[in-house]
Write a new protein. Structure first.
Ligand code: ADP
Ligand code: ADP
Ligand code: MG
Length: 603
């Protein structure tokens, strides 16, 4: 049987279109109740029995909210379905003692749903959404639901997993995605919190590995994003569980901290625990996982968990856009990386230049080498947290005055800060009216609205957007301004792999069309590799003093940066993506000897 209409509830905006789907549905015209309005949500409900899958509503819907999809025969029994015409999930990933299993897939494809199921927060309904009755939490009903699940998985590894879970015999630890919200639930200082959960007696070790000694006495409410993330990881690792789930453990962390997180999380698996990690930073996912599952399907409509694959093969399949075992194409084109550093052409005229700069705050001082930024280029800036990157951005944007030195030409800067305020009172559309000058223009529609999929967000309240949605809105708004330099502070946080690359391409297109330039601060090496023309490196002692090199070619920058970190990267033979070398492996030693931390010597 082919399958029928799915309605993406996030996109559907009946208030705006006045039920175009109902107006055009041939079934409704023949006076059949093919589409009716749901009393509660006021959104359309498409009858699974009456819908013929003609596709007319799909074409008419202005928001791309309805899709008629053919789900392959083999995918007839979902693990969970949220409701009629709602998202459904097929298959579950494997859990494996002593291993880290990575989950790779776009936003809206079911990753959080999987974690909610495996942690026992959501009892899967096996597609029988009529059974859903979230208000009804009677003990016997719960047992009945679990029985069905256990029965369903009879004979597989998951049978005993759910049996133990439902009987409270296994303990699940879950690090949530949005660590920014932690201060709402946890009060007090870091030391009290972490001592209180130290069931494995590893307080000192984890503290050292995650570099938390200096912030022990700090109140949770006063921590930065990266500090919250490390505290959240520490709190999970210190507890004694059987299964550990980490939902995006690296947002806000710098490269060194990402690798420390990899070490700490991997140590759980090495002591026999079962670990699962959702991650969009491909270099981190690669270093942390033993195996991966790729999630595919249609975001908002259905998600399928692939078979378990070795980590290299799985990530390569994702990059190539084709899953061999499943025989599914998940993207039209492969993502392409270049083996050689981008050639810095005859640079032409500088769009901005500055003399050597100095800036001090109490306890922190920053020195910046004289430098310049050219038209049409993307310069990335990398280095530890607390080393002065944002301070430099602010000086360039003239939001801060340097103590010494000056910006030589006065230029307009459009700036996306690292932490995005979501306290705007109103809808996304109102926000765009107020803050996106080119909103409504054709260029905005084709070069910004479309790549960042803003159409589906227009009617939503800004303060209810997810982290990724807010990020898309903030990048888009910045790009809609007239400026000479577009400055982005950590634009990849909460975006999935695809969205990161789309954002990179949109930024490139806009700056080239305006003969402008962009400065991007980020920690995702694969992303940096994909978008940089040149780079600047910030080094020194985080929180004490920072030194910034002038923008220079990527080979020189990467060598400087990685030498300080004592890590080397190699290129995957097949896809050319950068991969971290194991410390002291043959390649690691060889590359260090040659002084090539990132690009291999030409043969
Ligand atoms: P991911 O973590 O991959 O971004 P999620 O598992 O959070 O994806 O969500 C997958 C889909 O399920 C989304 O389209 C989301 O809107 C939908 N969804 C999530 N929770 C619910 C719910 N409680 N009721 C209805 N739909 C939901
Ligand atoms: P990065 O962007 O590299 O993480 P920042 O430029 O934000 O680093 O900060 C560098 C250092 O300067 C940090 O130690 C930070 O606490 C300090 N700092 C930043 N802004 C101020 C300020 N307005 N007053 C005092 N100290 C500040
Ligand atoms: Mg999620």
């Amino acid at each position: 049987m082919s399958r029928i209409s799915i309605l993406d509830h996030d996109r559907c905006q009946p208030k705006k279109c006045h039920y175009t789907c109902i107006e055009y549905c041939p079934g409704v015209r023949m006076e059949e109740d093919t589409i009716v309005i749901d009393e509660k949500s006021k959104k359309p409900l498409i009858s699974e029995e009456l819908c013929s899958g003609c596709g007319i509503c799909t074409n008419r819907c202005p928001f791309d909210a309805v899709s008629v999809i053919n789900i392959p025969e083999a995918l007839e029994n979902p693990i969970h379905r949220y409701g009629q015409n709602m998202f459904e999930l097929f298959h579950l990933p494997n859990v494996s003692d002593g291993s880290v299993v990575g989950i790779l897939g776009p936003n809206g494809i079911g990753k959080s749903t999987i974690i909610r199921i495996l942690s026992g927060e959501l009892i899967p309904n096996l597609g029988n959404w009529e059974d859903n009755n979230d208000n009804d939490k009677k003990e016997d009903q719960t047992q009945e639901k679990w029985e069905k699940v256990i029965q369903h998985f009879k004979g597989s590894q998951m049978q005993s997993y759910f049996k133990n879970l439902s009987q409270g015999k296994s303990k699940v630890i879950h690090k949530p995605q949005m660590v920014d919200e932690l201060p709402k639930f946890v009060k007090g200082n870091v030391e009290t919190l972490l001592k209180g959960v130290d069931e494995r007696g590893k307080f000192d070790e984890i503290l050292e590995n995650l570099d938390l000694e200096n912030i022990l006495s700090r109140e949770i409410a006063n921590l930065s994003g990266g500090e919250l993330q490390r505290v959240a990881i520490a709190a999970s690792v210190l507890r004694d569980g059987d299964f550990y789930y980490f939902d995006e453990p690296t947002s806000w962390l710098d490269v060194r901290q990402r690798l420390n997180a990899v070490k700490v999380i991997r140590s759980l698996a090495e002591s026999g625990k079962s670990v699962m990690v959702i991650e969009h930073d491909l270099a981190t996912l690669d270093a942390i996982s033993d195996y991966v599952h790729v999630l595919y399907g249609q975001a908002g409509a259905y998600g399928v968990v692939s078979q378990m694959k070795g980590v290299r093969v799985g990530i390569n399949a994702y990059i190539n856009g084709f899953l061999k075992e499943e025989n599914v194409r998940i993207r039209k084109q492969a993502i392409e990386f270049t083996v050689r550093p981008p050639t810095v052409e005859d640079e032409g005229e500088a769009i901005s230049s500055y003399t050597a700069l100095e800036k001090s705050y109490e306890g922190f001082s920053l020195e910046i080498d004289e430098g310049e930024i050219f038209h049409d280029e993307i310069v990335t800036a990398f280095g530890s947290n607390g080393i002065g990157k944002t301070t430099f951005a602010k000086i360039l944007a003239e939001a801060e005055k340097p103590d010494k030195g000056k910006i030589k030409e006065k230029i307009d800067i459009a700036y996306k800060p690292q932490y995005i305020a979501s306290d705007f009172d109103g809808r996304v559309e109102d926000f765009l009216y107020s803050f996106a000058p080119s909103y409504g223009s054709n260029i905005f529609k084709s070069e910004i609205m479309k790549p960042f999929s803003l159409e589906e967000l227009l009617d939503k309240d800004v303060n209810e957007l997810s982290g990724g949605e807010l990020q898309r809105l903030a990048i888009a708004t910045t790009l809609s301004k007239e400026a000479e330099i577009y400055l982005f502070d950590e634009p990849t946080a909460f975006l999935d792999v695809e969205q990161r690359l789309i954002a990179g391409r949109a930024i490139r297109k806009i700056i080239e069309s305006k003969n402008a330039a962009s400065l991007i601060i980020d920690h995702d090496i694969v992303f940096i590799d994909y978008i940089s023309d040149r780079a600047m490196v910030f080094y020194g002692e985080p929180g004490l003093n920072g030194i910034a090199t002038k923008p220079t070619d990527l080979r020189t920058s990467m060598n400087k940066f990685l030498k300080d970190l004592n890590i080397t990267f190699r290129r995957d033979k097949e896809t050319k993506r950068p991969r971290v070398n194991k410390l002291d492996s043959y390649l690691d030693r060889k590359q260090k000897e040659e002084g090539e931390y990132y690009y291999l010597k030409d043969k």
